[in-house]
Design a protein around this ligand. Structure first.
Ligand code: NI
Length: 217
């Protein structure tokens, strides 16, 4: 399941982050790429104490978001990076590493930090079985997608693209199972809104909790 969260960062959070990034020091992104991804990764990453503070803020914003909680079921949000693509930079087709330190990547996300009109090109392109989806979202919005997909960032042809990228180890490692839980939970909440705590609501709650118990790891 690929989905967008339009409002991960508030306007205040976004402008504080943009102000910090405007004068921050970036280093070569190849430092955090795997052996073959080094050949296709051409971007820059934030370093130092600014990076730690911004990573924590963005991680907190995602973790508190109800849609992120319901659709991703995060056990651990990890490995956040703040990346900058100047004109001519890109990140060619790759698959994200399955393991990062002691954590697994089940879900990947990109939080867009630049206004789309401030750069040309630079779309995140996610490959499906026989199609491609292209994303260039408003500043402060996030795209969340399974880490099992091939994807790339097209060349930035003008301006600067700033993003935060990161990964999630989910309680539910399988994408299809996460989607089933998300759908059941959506129906359950809707039923509650329409009719309150009915017998149907209770049985659906029971099934949801017991599926979680079977699948969570
Ligand atoms: Ni990637």
């Amino acid at each position: 399941m690929i989905f967008q969260i339009p409002d991960v960062l508030s306007a205040d959070e976004l402008s504080a982050i943009q102000t910090t990034l405007a004068t921050a020091e970036f280093v070569d992104g190849k430092l955090t790429a795997g052996w073959y991804a080094k050949h296709v990764k051409q971007n820059q990453q934030l370093k130092g104490t600014d990076a730690k503070d911004l990573r924590e803020r963005i991680q907190a914003a995602l973790t508190r978001h109800p849609l992120f909680q319901a659709a991703v079921r995060p056990k651990q949000v990890h490995s956040l990076l703040l990346s900058r693509y100047n004109s001519g930079m890109e990140y060619g087709r790759h698959i994200d590493n399955a393991l990062m330190g002691r954590q697994r990547s089940d879900v990947s996300f990109t939080v867009f930090l630049s206004d789309p009109q401030d750069y040309s090109g630079g779309e995140l392109v996610i490959e499906g079985a026989d199609d491609e989806r292209r994303y260039k979202l408003a500043a402060g919005a996030a795209i969340v997608y399974p880490s099992s997909t091939l994807h790339r960032v097209d060349t930035v042809t003008a301006g600067t693209r700033l993003v935060a990228v990161g990964w999630v180890q989910s309680w539910i490692r399988d994408t299809a199972q996460r989607e089933i839980l998300f759908d059941l939970d959506t129906v359950r909440r809707s039923l509650y809104g329409q009719a309150g705590k009915t017998n149907e609501f209770d049985l659906l709650s029971k099934s949801l909790a017991n599926l979680m118990r079977q699948w969570a790891e």
